[in-house]
Design a binder for this molecule. Structure first.
Ligand SMILES: Nc1ncnc2c1ncn2[C@@H]1O[C@H](COP(=O)(O)OP(=O)(O)OP(=O)(O)O)[C@@H](O)[C@H]1O
Ligand SMILES: O=P(O)(O)OC[C@H]1O[C@H](OP(=O)(O)OP(=O)(O)O)[C@H](O)[C@@H]1O
Length: 224
């Protein structure tokens, strides 16, 4: 059985279903609205595994799914040695979003990473603790800030509604995905001009740790 891991809800699921549908593989959810089960028609021996987008990388790494759809951001964040574990089969043309760092609009003197570095040092001197950056992308943000010489900060974990942490006084800055920019604007935050950490998009991945004799045939049918 070839197992394909697909996000279980929302835009990502619907667009993924459309993408496979256009290539002759009809996917749909079955059971009631809340039941996470689904079927695939158009190819024999293929099973649909509905997963949280955030869990697709781990399932690919464990070899429990052969193919998986998720954002490139989540694969790079969750799998340190991702290029050894998965191969990128095809970008799907949706789910485009940038991982960026943003600070309050009110910080008029802070527009770049250098400015952030200065502000972070001043913040620590004034408050006695390090400036807090809220994010769920710990690995990517830490690596990026280290590479850019920013050190005087701490990451605080935020698994959702990250832009709200500044207003809630649990962080001074955030690192999150943005697409239209609406959420940042609504929360009075601005992007540091040189802080695009990653340009993410939805991608079909193949696990290098799971094989099936029929996999190449299926990829051929999909056009790859
Ligand atoms: N506003 C957006 N526009 C485009 N892509 C987005 C947007 N927000 C998130 N994404 C992308 O969608 C993917 C899934 O995001 P996320 O982890 O937030 O999922 P989720 O909907 O919270 O799912 P779950 O809670 O099941 O893990 C990520 O790859 C992310 O980059
Ligand atoms: O730039 P925009 O178009 O406004 O999109 C960005 C928002 O979309 C995502 O949140 P999501 O809706 O997935 O909710 P979350 O806060 O639970 O991650 C992301 O975390 C941002 O908050």
């Amino acid at each position: 059985m070839i197992k394909i891991g697909v996000p279980s809800k929302g835009r990502l699921m619907e667009k993924t279903f459309d993408w496979f549908g256009q290539r002759g593989l009809a996917m749909r959810r079955t059971g009631n609205e809340r039941e996470y089960s689904g079927t695939v028609e158009g190819a024999d021996g293929v099973e649909l595994v509905l997963l949280s987008a955030g869990e697709v990388p781990r399932e690919l790494a464990a070899g429990r799914i052969h193919l998986g759809v998720t954002g490139t951001d989540l694969v790079r964040e969750k799998l340190a040695d991702w290029a050894e574990i998965v191969a990128e089969v095809a970008p799907l043309g949706f789910g485009h979003a940038d991982l960026i760092i943003a600070v309050p609009n009110a910080w008029v003197d802070v527009d770049t990473l250098d400015d952030l570095d200065s502000a972070a040092a001043a913040f620590r001197a004034e408050h006695g603790f390090r400036l807090r950056i809220a994010t769920k992308y710990h690995r990517l943000v830490r690596d990026f800030l280290t590479a850019n010489g920013v050190a005087d900060y701490q990451l605080v974990d935020s698994q959702g509604a990250t832009e709200g942490t500044v207003k809630n006084l649990t962080a001074e800055a955030i690192a999150d995905i943005t697409s239209s920019g609406e959420t940042l604007r609504a929360n009075h935050l601005k992007i540091l001009s040189d802080s695009v950490i990653l340009k993410s998009e939805a991608m079909l991945f193949r696990s290098k740790l799971a094989d099936d004799p029929a996999l190449d045939g299926l990829l051929g049918k999909l056009g790859f």
